[in-house]
Design a protein around this ligand. Structure first.
Ligand code: 5GP
Length: 201
């Protein structure tokens, strides 16, 4: 059987995770993206079924009850969850699936022993993160404090992850994360099918 795996990407908010994930998917068309469900309202430019599946609280709770999520968590007051069926089907087909989920979700997946590689993106410094949050339009001082405090809390989860990548520039970070994916593909246990098919080993 082919051996697919998950690439879990997390980071404290403001570290540029969404851009990195989008660039990776552009770079390698064989990578799949797991579209999450959320109860958060869409932001400007976001599309249902592309960025997220936007659900009501009621619909989300129904899916929890029907055991349709691989994991779910409450983040910033909204519910977020990973649809299980997509993941199971594509892992069986040997696909590599990129997931952009928070630290709580990563912790839940780790406990499930699903084949997964955990990547945590870091800001170069707290000063730089502050600058990035300001650029993003988080001008309100109180909101900035909340975000920074949350980022520091999220940082405590770093031991869960296999790789820590400092996001200095987008091209450098994309290259580093892609190098991780390429190396992980060549782990001997993931090459077994190829060995059998091509070298009869
Ligand atoms: P945003 O609302 O800014 O798109 O995402 C907020 C946070 O929720 C981010 O940290 C993102 O990684 C996380 N998130 C998105 N989808 C999921 C999911 O399916 N499960 C979990 N646990 N977190 C998610």
């Amino acid at each position: 059987m082919k051996k697919g795996f998950l690439i879990i990407i997390s980071s404290p908010s403001g570290c540029g995770k969404t851009t990195i994930r989008e660039e990776l998917l552009k770079l390698d068309k064989n990578l799949l993206y797991s579209i999450s469900c959320t109860t958060r309202p869409p932001r400007k430019g976001e599309e249902n079924g592309k960025d997220y599946f936007f659900l009501s609280e009621e619909e989300f709770h129904r899916k929890i009850k029907n055991n349709e999520f691989l994991e779910w968590a409450e983040v910033h007051g909204y519910l977020y969850g990973t649809p299980k069926e997509f993941i199971e089907k594509n892992l069986k087909e040997g696909k590599i699936i990129v997931m952009d989920i928070d630290v709580q979700g990563a912790e839940k997946i780790k406990k499930k022993k699903i084949p997964a590689v955990f990547v945590f993106l870091l800001p170069p410094s707290w000063e730089e993160l502050k600058k990035r949050l300001t650029k993003r339009g988080t001008e309100n001082k109180k909101e900035m404090e909340i975000r920074l405090r949350r980022a520091k809390e999220e940082m405590k989860y770093y031991p869960l992850y296999d790789y820590l990548v400092v996001n200095r520039t987008i091209p450098e970070t994309v290259e580093e994360v892609y190098a991780i994916i390429k190396a992980e593909k060549r782990k001997k246990e993931r090459m077994e099918e190829w060995l059998k098919e091509n070298l009869s080993v």
